[in-house]
Write a protein that binds this ligand. Structure first.
Ligand code: NDP
Length: 334
């Protein structure tokens, strides 16, 4: 079986030769173990942070070893009668064709006509919970708020905007990196306004889209976006600080936001969070959001790349904005 290894810590933007495909013998599952054939692999922004060789809130990836990451697979050989062959499971041994797992390391998922296996890597998985926790529990969004979300056409951002609309936001504003993505979030996802941050200064475009200011900012991007959001924030606005992808490939520290003094005068609430601390809210998330997905009230587009060999390319492309919605790597049978 084959798996992707990191062979060098990327400097700046990752390159294809920072990765290699390695072969390994197919193990047999022992008692209480499962051999899972992966059908969909996740590539996520946080993985860039694990490619630095430095411990942050998680351990870095080891070189010349398979990388962890979310994946959905089908039980191929089972050492536990509660997980018969064919069971579809979610687990963390992605970036490889097959994984040997204990039953404690997997969670069975329910695949239906409207909810494909890969949805558990996106809208009904870690990105979905992130969107929900950040909007509802960190930014404490309430009916009537004007909500701004960056990375609006991505896995997390697209869900944030839709949930804000369904929860009675006065106005939902998004930013994304292309005209097509802007059309997608205003057209299909129902945002009230959106702009392409590559078209001009974020501060000017955001001020035009938010004539009455913003009450909530869900930050996926950091840097110039965060500075612009502080600028247009209403007094007592709440910010969920989810990510800062504009800096993930940077080789020097960013220069902004330069207007941090407004945090005081506007009495802003800025709340950083890591979704793995918030798993006690997973049940609430599934109760609230799974019915909305099943009923088609929450859209989830995916950008699909085929084949394990193309997983590094999918990751690099995602960091560049090559995805609309969740970037997913599909393997045979997915
Ligand atoms: P996305 O699906 O949004 O994919 C990443 C997107 O980032 C790209 O499509 C690209 O879209 C955008 N991007 C890349 N470079 C820049 C840039 N310089 N400026 C603005 N946008 C850029 O990823 P996710 O939805 O999975 O993640 C979104 C954010 O949420 C990330 O910051 C991630 O780290 C964070 N996150 C945090 C978690 C937590 O626990 N705190 C958990 C999960 C995610 P475009 O074409 O619009 O530029």
């Amino acid at each position: 079986t084959r798996e992707v290894h990191l062979v060098a810590w990327p400097k700046g933007e990752p390159r294809l030769d920072d990765f290699t495909i390695a072969e390994r013998d197919l193990p047999d599952p022992g008692h209480g173990e499962l051999l899972v054939r992966n059908i969909a692999l996740s590539v996520d922004p946080y993985m860039r942070g694990k490619m630095t060789g430095v411990r942050t809130y998680t351990d870095p990836y080891e070189l010349n070893a398979p990388m962890v990451g979310a994946a959905v697979g089908v039980v191929h050989a089972s050492g536990d009668e509660d997980f018969p062959k064919g069971t579809v499971v979610l687990h963390q041994e992605g970036w490889r064709e097959h994984a040997l797992l204990t039953t404690a390391e997997v969670r069975p998922v329910n695949v239906t006509d409207s909810v494909p296996a890969s949805a558990y890597l996106g809208v009904l998985g870690m990105p979905g919970i992130t969107a929900y926790v950040g909007l509802v529990h960190k930014a404490r969004m309430v009916q009537g708020d004007t909500v701004f979300v960056s990375g609006a056409a991505g896995a997390v951002g697209g869900i944030v905007g839709q949930l804000a609309r369904l929860r009675g936001a006065e106005r939902v504003i998004g930013s994304a990196g292309s005209a097509e993505k802007v059309a997608y979030v205003t057209g299909e996802l129902g945002f009230d306004a959106a702009f392409n941050y590559k078209d001009g200064p974020v501060a000017e475009q955001l001020a035009a889209a938010a004539p009455n200011g913003i009450d909530v900012y869900f930050d996926n991007v950091g840097g110039e976006h965060l500075e612009a959001a502080i600028g247009v924030a209403n007094d007592f606005a709440r910010f969920a600080i989810c990510g800062a992808i504009s800096g993930y490939n940077a080789t020097e520290a960013p220069s902004g936001p330069r207007n941090m003094g407004y945090l005081v005068t506007k009495r802003l609430g800025l709340q950083g969070f890591i979704v793995s601390d918030e798993m006690h809210l997973a049940g609430e998330f599934y109760r609230d959001v799974a019915p909305l997905v099943a009923a088609g009230k929450v859209e989830f587009r995916e950008t699909v790349v085929d084949g394990l060999d193309n997983a590094p390319e999918a990751f690099i492309s995602m960091l560049r904005g090559g995805n609309t919605g969740k970037m997913v790597v599909r393997l045979d049978g997915g």
